[in-house]
Design a protein around this ligand. Sequence first.
Ligand code: PLP
Length: 398
Amino acid sequence: SASLFSAIDMAPRDPILGITEAFNADTNPAKINLGVGVYYDDNGKVPLLQCVQKAEAKLMEQLSPRTYLPIEGLAAYDKAVQELVFGADSAVIQDKRAVTVQAIGGTGALKIGADFLKRFSPDSHVFISDPSWENHRALFESAGFTVNNYTYYDEATHGVNFEGMLASLRKMAPGSIVVLHACCHNPTGADLTQDQWGQVIDAVQQGGLIPFLDMAYQGFGAGIAEDGAVVRRFVDAGGPLLVSNSFSKSFSLYGERVGALSVVASSAEEAARLLSQLKRVVRTNYSNPPQHGGKVVATVLATPELRGLWEEELAGMRVRIKQMREDLVAKLAKAAPQRDFGFVREQVGMFSYSGLTKEQVGKLREESIYAVDTGRICVAALNSKNIDRVVDAIAKVL
Ligand code: PLP
């Protein structure tokens, strides 16, 4: 007889996790996984940052009972995040117009923001870049929104189709929610220039749109302050603003799930009302966030010595990725001179839309090199030991 669950279909497989499963099952010792969304060091390992180790040692010295955190998270964490995201001297902090809640990673921050917006702007449509992080669409749809794309990537230039993007923004109905990658666009690696950001901000203002900045890679582009500058420019322009941020990559704390959602209101009084509603969203989802990751990040950010160490370690990751871009371009220029890969140097962050086709990605897999069918490769998974094999394989499949 039919049970409650007997008619449930199998959900579609996560495309990225599927690659990891195939990679794990591959017995070739020389296998390389460029499909991931994780930073690896030159030894192919996920780093455990020194600043994190030192903060954890410090926390171990002051053993504390595991009480519940407040619904909005650890106060010291929320404060540190605000200062990082908006700048310590930001007027929105001084005027108490910004509210920040600790979240379960960047994903959790996006979901709190989505649920919150669905309550107070239920008829808005959400717009995400074409293409975007593969979870954006499903996440906003699961909050009840209709999700559309705005023009973004230009296959011909491997950069941004900026005229197309502006045209998309100008067509959106007032009150539409626009999800923008603050830096290091995932999956393409194609970012806007500072001048283009100015035009996007104008279009958002003039169109009465609601900007939702997703900042999952602060510090992986040009630097911590440089990457955060776009947030400050949106703040200066005025109007509502949501910012999700994640420390998964910048602290290499993937599994601790540390992120935050910040919302900018027009007054302190309005901010207090927003915070009360954000807390309601959190309370009815998971009540309050976990302690450990938030304590580690708050400790690092608030301790000058550890913060300096973090900035150095983050710069190390950023520089290594840039070096891998340089090396990949230089080596491919020799191995496959018929094709120009110079655009890889212009792309920013952990990823590159390499221009490899699905068929070529399939052929790479026969060499035990794993990439995403779209041609996305994780530049942060390249290292001085595996890059030659990757270059040779790419040259072979072109
Ligand atoms: N947003 C973007 C653009 C991302 O690339 C990611 C992670 O890959 C996230 C959000 C989610 O971050 P987290 O792992 O902290 O949930």
